[in-house]
Design a protein around this ligand. Sequence first.
Ligand code: NAD
Length: 499
Amino acid sequence: MLRSIDHYIGGSSFASGERQSDVFDPNQGSVQAHVRLGTAADLERAMDAARAAQPEWAATNPQRRARVMFNFKALVEANMQELAELLSSEHGKVVADAKGDIQRGLEVVEYACGIPSALKGEYTVGAGPGIDVYSMRQPLGIVAGITPFNFPAMIPMWMFAVAIACGNAFILKPSERDPTVPVRLAELMKEAGLPDGILNVVHGDKEMVDAILDHDDIKAISFVGSSDIAQYIYSRGTANGKRVQAFGGAKNHGIVMPDADLDQVVNDLAGAAFGSAGERCMALPVVVPVGEQTADALRAKLIPAIESLRVGVSTDPDAHYGPVVTRAHKEKIESYIQMCADEGGELVVDGRGFKLQGHENGFFVGPTFFDHVKPSFQSYQEEIFGPVLQMVRARDFEEAVALPSKHQYGNGVAIFTRNGHAAREFAARVNVGMVGINVPIPVPVAYHTFGGWKRSGFGDIDQHGPEGVRFWTKSKKVTQRWPDGSADGGNAFVIPTMG
Ligand code: NAD
C-alpha cells in the first residue's frame, strides 16, 4: 500500500475523494505516494474551519501572533534535516539545496516575527483644528496561496508567514508533485501554537484551483507557477473581485562584460544554471558574453567546468544536482534540447541519455551547453526549466542590454563586470524586475521584496517584505474630531478643507 497524502484542515488530516495523483521518487523513477485531488466540497470544509477561527485570530494582538512565528522558526530549525530529506525525496534537489529552500522561507518567517512593528499605522495629530488623521492595516479575512513544485517549502512560507502574522486565515494549495513538506509545515505551525483552522492545506489540480478562484469568501490569492497559469489565475481571480498577485516563468540572462573575472563567472554560472537541475525561477539559463573574444575565452573555461559537474541521487552529498521532478518534465527538457539543435544552436555538451548506475529509471538529465544560440530561436524565447545553458553572443553592451529587456520574461538578470559605470547603467536601463551585479541569483532578502516584470509577474504588489504586508492587509483611514462644544457650526454644505 502506497502512502496517501491527505488534506490538512482544521488542525487535522482529512482524507476524502476518489481522485488521486502520483507522487514520484525522482531518484528511482517510481511512484512513492498518492496525493488527494480535492473538490469544491473539500475546499468548503477548509473554509468552514477558517471562518470559525479567523475573527479571534485577527483580534489576537500582533505580539502574540508573532510569538507563534518565533516558535515555528525554532521548530523548523529543530526539524531541518527531516524536512530537507523529505523535500529532496519528492522534488529531487540535493539535500543541501533543500535546506536552502527551507532556510529562504524561514527568513520570511523571521520577518513576520517583526509584524507588530510592520503593522504600525500612520498618525497625523492636528491635521485640522481639533482633527487627527490616522490609518490602520487590517487583515483581509480568508486568503489563499497556490504554489509551484520547485520551492515546496520556501514559497508557501513566503506567503503564509506574512498573511497569518497579519491576522488572516490561510488556505494553501501546494503543488501536487511534492505536497508532503507543505503539510509538515502546517503541522509544525499547529505545534507552534497556531489555532486550528488558521492554516489549512488542500491538495488538488485545476478543479481545486478553480474552486479557490471562484469562492466569494476568499479575498486574496497569491500564485507562483508558470506564466500561462499565472495569467489565468490573475484574470479569473480579479474578475471575481479578488486581490491577486501571480508570479510566472522566467528566462534569466547573465551578461558577461569583457572586463569580468571569468573564473568567478564560470563558478557562479555553473551553480546558477545547473543547481537544482535548473528548476529555479531565478536560475541563469542564458549567458550573454559581450564581444567574440569574451565569448571564446568564456566558452573555453565553461566546457571543462560543465563536463566535470557531478549529477547524482539527491541524497549524495557530493552531487552538484539531482534528478528533475517527473518523467514528463525530463522529456520536455530533452525535447527543447532537440529543438535548439534543430534551430541551429551548436550543441557543445549534450546531457541527453544520461544514466546513473543503479538508478537507470531516475529522471536525470546531464548538463547541456549550447553556443551560437540566436534570439529568433523558439528554444531561446521559451522557458526550458532544466540543466541547459544557452550562450547568445552579443556584439556590444547595447545589444546585451536589449536581449533581456526585449524578452517576454522579466524575472531576474545579472551582469558580471568590474566597471561600476557599466553596472550602474545596466541596472537603471534593463527592463527586468530583479538585477544582480556580480550576483548570479539576485533573490532579494526577506525584508526587501520579490517580484519579476512582464510575463514573470501579473498584478502590482510584490511578494514578502513590506509589500507582502500591504498585499495581505487593507488600510483603513480614520479622520477624528473631538469637539469641545465651542464651535459656531460653520457651513456643513461645503466640502470640508483643513485650510
Ligand atoms: P505550474 O504552473 O504547473 O503549477 C503551479 C500551480 O498551479 C500548482 O499548484 C498547480 O497545481 C497549479 N496548476 C497547474 N495547472 C493548472 C491549471 N491548468 N489550472 C489551474 N491551476 C493549475 O508550475 P510548476 O511547474 O509547478 O512550477 C514551475 C514554474 O513556476 C516555472 O515556470 C517557474 O519559472 C515558475 N516559478 C516562478 C517563480 C517566480 O517567482 N516568478 C518562482 C518559482 C517558480
